[in-house]
Design a protein around this ligand. Sequence first.
Ligand SMILES: [Zn+2]
Length: 140
Amino acid sequence: MGNNRIMLNEAVKFHGHLGPYLVLGILAGELAIKKLGCKKHFGLMVKVRGATKKPKSCLVDGLQLSTGATYGKGNIHKLDGRKIKIEFCNSNNNKKFILRFRESLIQRLEETKTHRDSELLAKRLYKTDSHKLFNLTPNT
Ligand SMILES: [Zn+2]
């Protein structure tokens, strides 16, 4: 990862504030690029379910930053859903997977109520190994 990571200050400049869902979008997108071996911007399609309202929808901005898939290019979509579920697809070879939040992560997010706690959690999540946060399944 190293220098290619989206920095938190960059993300805040784009999004306007620091929150856990923004960071989770960054982490999920970075993981997808790596796992699918796809190119940023044009090389993938992203479908996000269950993140239509704030603060969950902040996830979408993190995903746009890290994957380069954007509304302008039409390769990221926000759909209804009861739970957060993100489908990533490599546009060149159709390789896909689905990412869901682990129960432990969902619990931590639910327990975080104040603005200050949200910022702290965001910073902590940024340093956390993605595999401790997300469950990945192939989508066939
Ligand atoms: Zn936000």
